[in-house]
Design a protein around this ligand. Sequence first.
Ligand code: HEM
Length: 355
Amino acid sequence: MVPGVFSAVYSALCSALNVWTLLVLLAVSFYRWWKKPHPNFPPGPRGLPVIGVLPWLGGDPQKVLFDWGQKYGPVMSVRMANVDTVFLNNFDAINSALVKQGDTFSGRTKLKPASDILGNNGLVMTDYGEKLLNQKRFAAKTLRRLGMGKQEMVDIVNEEMGHFAKYLETQVGKPIDLAVDYNNMTANVICVTAFGRRFDYEDPQFKRLFQLLQNHYVADESLLILLFFFYNYLHFIPPFKGVKERFAKTEYAILDAVQTIIDEHRKDFHPDCIRDYIDSFLYEQKYGKESKYFTDTQLRVTCRDLFEAGTDTSSSTLAWLVLGLLNYPECYKRIVAEVEQVIGIFCKMLVGCLF
Ligand code: HEM
């Protein structure tokens, strides 16, 4: 009897231990995988399951990411919410990945809800493949023909800087937000190239496009938008559902505004007078050998891409540059001296206005 009870207790203990051992082993393996999902995975903070490092980012994420960059090195992984993200923290790392191995790093992840609206179209969201290669080749060739990297572009930028300097003169003594105002200038450089014309800063069509762009980037809802880029399922839950609907409404309104400009081009298109990116695209659509990639949607989304991808990036870069130069006046003096020496006094005056 006693040996029978003993063996029953013994085997119960053993199976409980087995279950616990198994659970502990599973937990350890999960933890090890969580810490390093791949042998070559770059080092970096992992945060917590599901939320990743979000609670650590605080109100100044760029500072936190900068400190992590110092700690983990030039190639760092950060688990943003539930998405493994790789950060390139210095010029060599960026150059080595995005320039020297550009093809390897040209894939696109699906960022809902933007991908729901834009599909596999345009230049920014299209995944790596024949279509993207074809469209990038066309974009590079066309933008070069329209002046990118050449004197024509310098002239376009100089003309716009003249308008911007005049605008700044009207603002003397008033507080201004350079990050917002630079948008007008950078957007107009893109408008000249893509749409064949610049807009007056007070032009209702231009202001509307701008207002729509601002809705995306500086709206109070931008944090919520960022969250549902990470957690797809949030789209169905309030308040994210409403945010998604407003995001989609803005995106469709931008596409509509761009479509109006395309329609105007279609009306007076002439194959012997190619004025801008839209005309070049319409020409390819009509006469090109690979017209299957030159669809109406592709044109609409590409124009939206050029406008959105080029405006905020360039104006934010300028705004950060101004902040940097205000903090390092000796660098400012050196830049102005170099501009004066290399480009001339006229540009120096404009640089003086901008900074
Ligand atoms: C300082 C300004 C800018 C910065 C920091 C910037 C940054 C970037 C980055 C990081 C990418 C992603 C590259 C990749 O994933 O391989 C990108 C792509 C893109 N950018 Fe810019 N950009 C700037 C200006 C512009 C301008 C002025 C335009 C258009 C006129 C533009 C149009 C595009 C387009 C169409 C793409 C997607 C196609 C591609 O990946 O090659 N960007 N940009």
